[in-house]
Design a protein. Structure first.
Length: 140
Protein backbone atom coordinates (compact mmCIF):
# COMPACT_ATOMS: atom_id res chain seq x y z
CA UNK A 1 0.00 0.00 0.00
CA UNK A 2 1.30 3.44 -0.85
CA UNK A 3 1.94 5.74 2.10
CA UNK A 4 0.20 8.67 0.42
CA UNK A 5 -3.00 6.64 0.00
CA UNK A 6 -2.74 5.42 3.59
CA UNK A 7 -2.38 8.96 4.96
CA UNK A 8 -5.16 10.29 2.71
CA UNK A 9 -7.55 7.89 4.46
CA UNK A 10 -6.51 9.29 7.85
CA UNK A 11 -6.32 13.01 7.13
CA UNK A 12 -8.95 15.04 5.35
CA UNK A 13 -7.26 17.21 2.72
CA UNK A 14 -4.02 15.18 2.61
CA UNK A 15 -4.37 14.08 -1.03
CA UNK A 16 -2.77 16.49 -3.46
CA UNK A 17 -1.39 18.68 -0.68
CA UNK A 18 0.94 16.47 1.36
CA UNK A 19 3.41 13.82 0.21
CA UNK A 20 5.13 11.15 2.28
CA UNK A 21 8.89 10.87 2.25
CA UNK A 22 9.50 8.27 4.95
CA UNK A 23 8.23 6.30 7.93
CA UNK A 24 9.71 5.24 11.24
CA UNK A 25 9.79 2.05 13.31
CA UNK A 26 6.33 2.80 14.77
CA UNK A 27 4.83 3.12 11.28
CA UNK A 28 4.45 6.88 11.66
CA UNK A 29 4.67 8.61 8.30
CA UNK A 30 6.71 11.69 7.66
CA UNK A 31 5.20 13.91 5.02
CA UNK A 32 5.74 17.35 3.59
CA UNK A 33 2.86 19.83 3.36
CA UNK A 34 3.41 21.83 0.20
CA UNK A 35 1.21 24.71 1.37
CA UNK A 36 3.69 25.95 3.97
CA UNK A 37 7.24 27.18 4.15
CA UNK A 38 9.33 29.05 1.62
CA UNK A 39 8.91 26.59 -1.22
CA UNK A 40 10.06 23.33 0.38
CA UNK A 41 6.96 22.70 2.45
CA UNK A 42 6.61 21.94 6.13
CA UNK A 43 7.08 18.54 7.76
CA UNK A 44 4.01 16.69 9.06
CA UNK A 45 4.07 13.58 11.28
CA UNK A 46 1.15 11.18 10.73
CA UNK A 47 0.57 8.96 13.79
CA UNK A 48 -1.74 6.05 12.85
CA UNK A 49 -1.64 4.52 16.34
CA UNK A 50 -3.20 7.65 17.81
CA UNK A 51 -5.22 8.55 14.73
CA UNK A 52 -3.63 12.01 14.65
CA UNK A 53 -1.25 14.13 12.66
CA UNK A 54 1.08 16.85 13.86
CA UNK A 55 2.07 19.82 11.74
CA UNK A 56 5.44 21.43 12.32
CA UNK A 57 6.92 24.79 11.43
CA UNK A 58 10.07 23.10 10.08
CA UNK A 59 10.83 22.79 6.38
CA UNK A 60 12.06 19.53 4.88
CA UNK A 61 15.79 20.29 4.53
CA UNK A 62 16.30 21.69 8.06
CA UNK A 63 14.25 18.79 9.44
CA UNK A 64 16.46 16.24 7.72
CA UNK A 65 19.82 17.99 8.14
CA UNK A 66 19.40 19.56 11.58
CA UNK A 67 16.40 18.41 13.64
CA UNK A 68 16.97 14.67 13.21
CA UNK A 69 20.70 15.06 13.78
CA UNK A 70 20.48 17.26 16.88
CA UNK A 71 17.37 15.76 18.52
CA UNK A 72 16.37 12.23 17.41
CA UNK A 73 13.71 12.03 20.13
CA UNK A 74 11.15 12.85 17.43
CA UNK A 75 11.68 9.30 16.18
CA UNK A 76 11.12 7.87 19.67
CA UNK A 77 14.62 6.37 19.84
CA UNK A 78 14.43 5.91 23.61
CA UNK A 79 11.09 4.11 23.34
CA UNK A 80 12.61 1.83 20.68
CA UNK A 81 15.50 0.98 23.02
CA UNK A 82 13.01 0.25 25.81
CA UNK A 83 10.95 -1.99 23.48
CA UNK A 84 14.07 -3.84 22.27
CA UNK A 85 15.15 -4.48 25.87
CA UNK A 86 11.74 -6.00 26.60
CA UNK A 87 12.00 -8.20 23.47
CA UNK A 88 15.45 -9.84 23.61
CA UNK A 89 14.60 -12.28 20.78
CA UNK A 90 13.99 -9.41 18.37
CA UNK A 91 16.55 -9.18 15.56
CA UNK A 92 15.49 -6.41 13.20
CA UNK A 93 12.55 -5.01 11.29
CA UNK A 94 12.36 -5.62 7.58
CA UNK A 95 11.18 -2.86 5.25
CA UNK A 96 7.49 -3.81 5.28
CA UNK A 97 7.28 -4.17 9.06
CA UNK A 98 6.83 -1.77 11.92
CA UNK A 99 5.99 -1.96 15.59
CA UNK A 100 2.33 -1.20 16.17
CA UNK A 101 -0.02 -1.04 19.09
CA UNK A 102 -1.90 -4.24 19.96
CA UNK A 103 -4.72 -1.98 21.11
CA UNK A 104 -4.44 1.37 19.30
CA UNK A 105 -4.24 4.49 21.43
CA UNK A 106 -7.44 5.89 19.90
CA UNK A 107 -9.26 2.78 21.22
CA UNK A 108 -7.90 3.23 24.74
CA UNK A 109 -4.66 1.26 24.42
CA UNK A 110 -1.68 2.06 26.62
CA UNK A 111 1.28 3.96 25.21
CA UNK A 112 3.55 1.38 26.84
CA UNK A 113 5.97 -1.30 25.68
CA UNK A 114 3.64 -4.15 26.72
CA UNK A 115 1.10 -2.89 24.15
CA UNK A 116 3.51 -3.12 21.17
CA UNK A 117 4.08 -5.90 18.64
CA UNK A 118 5.73 -6.34 15.24
CA UNK A 119 3.10 -5.98 12.50
CA UNK A 120 3.11 -5.68 8.71
CA UNK A 121 3.21 -1.97 7.84
CA UNK A 122 0.11 -2.19 5.67
CA UNK A 123 -1.99 -3.53 8.58
CA UNK A 124 -2.00 0.00 10.00
CA UNK A 125 -3.81 1.21 6.89
CA UNK A 126 -6.59 -1.34 7.41
CA UNK A 127 -7.07 -1.20 11.18
CA UNK A 128 -7.37 2.57 11.63
CA UNK A 129 -10.07 3.31 9.01
CA UNK A 130 -12.03 0.15 9.88
CA UNK A 131 -12.12 1.14 13.55
CA UNK A 132 -13.89 4.34 12.52
CA UNK A 133 -16.42 2.64 10.26
CA UNK A 134 -14.64 3.52 7.01
CA UNK A 135 -13.65 1.18 4.27
CA UNK A 136 -9.86 0.72 4.36
CA UNK A 137 -9.98 1.29 0.60
CA UNK A 138 -11.96 4.52 0.65
CA UNK A 139 -10.39 7.70 -0.63
CA UNK A 140 -9.64 10.68 1.65
Amino acid sequence: MASNDFCARLIRGFAGRMYCFGFDWLGRNLAVDLRGGDGEGLVVLVEPGAGEHFESEVELTPFHDEVLVVDPTGLAAGFFDEWRSANPGFDRLVFDQCVGYKVPLFLGGDDEVHNLEVVPYDVLGVVRPAAHGQSPHAGG
